[in-house]
Design a protein around this ligand. Structure first.
Ligand SMILES: NC(=O)c1ccc[n+]([C@@H]2O[C@H](COP(=O)([O-])OP(=O)(O)OC[C@H]3O[C@@H](n4cnc5c(N)ncnc54)[C@H](OP(=O)(O)O)[C@@H]3O)[C@@H](O)[C@H]2O)c1
Length: 173
């Protein structure tokens, strides 16, 4: 199948995305953008698929997992790994095979190890990146964006004194 694949992430000025298994900021506007972007489909009979690593899955509060209104796929090497309400895949290829005809778009929702593998793929369609204009203490980082992807500003906003931009990186201009 030929689904569009997007990375979607929020990163600080130095590409930091997480610290000790958590996201270091709390931006309601970004959470809202993420929810809308990953849930909304053009075709009302379809749903989007979110793919994440086991660490990111475990970082979600139990009441928020699986992410509602989306097909959840969790990557884990451990063959006995269980993620209630989600499908567990043991490789990237197996995760992508979960995107059947009912799935409209695939969103890769983290974390660092998973973004890293998808950023290199030739079939990557684009990257939704929320860029926060501050530096936080982080131990997980967004990978280098391939130079063929150019940023387009969707909108800029401010929340709790923090400025941030919603960017969509696409191939070419
Ligand atoms: N700012 C953001 O937008 C954002 C978004 C998401 C997450 N985060 C942050 O990112 C951090 C987590 O990132 P992370 O790199 O530590 O972990 P991660 O990418 O969420 O998960 C890594 C785990 O996924 C599994 N995995 C990865 N690649 C695989 C493959 N090809 N096949 C099978 N399993 C695979 C492995 O699980 P097993 O070890 O269980 O086998 C691996 O240990 C947290 O701090 C989180 O809050 C930030």
């Amino acid at each position: 199948m030929n689904h569009k694949i997007y990375l979607i992430a929020a990163a600080d000025q130095k590409n930091g995305i997480g610290f000790k298994g958590k996201i270091p900021w709390d931006l309601k506007g970004d959470m809202k953008f993420f929810k809308k972007k990953t849930i909304k489909t053009d075709n009302a009979n379809k749903l989007n698929m979110v793919v994440m690593g086991s660490t990111t899955w475990e970082s979600l509060p139990e009441e928020h997992r699986p992410l509602s209104g989306r097909k959840n796929v969790v990557l884990a090497f451990d063959k006995n790994y269980k993620a209630e309400g989600a499908t567990v895949a043991h490789s990237i290829e197996k995760a992508l095979e979960e995107a059947d005809e009912r799935v409209e778009t695939i969103f890769i929702v983290g974390g660092a190890k998973v973004y890293e593998q998808f950023a290199k793929r030739r079939d990557l369609t684009g990257i939704y990146l929320t860029r926060i204009q501050k530096e936080f203490k982080c131990d997980a980082f967004f990978p280098k964006i391939p130079p063929s992807f150019k940023p387009n500003l969707i909108k800029e906003t401010e929340e709790n004194g923090l400025r941030y931009q919603f960017l969509l990186y696409k191939k070419g201009k």
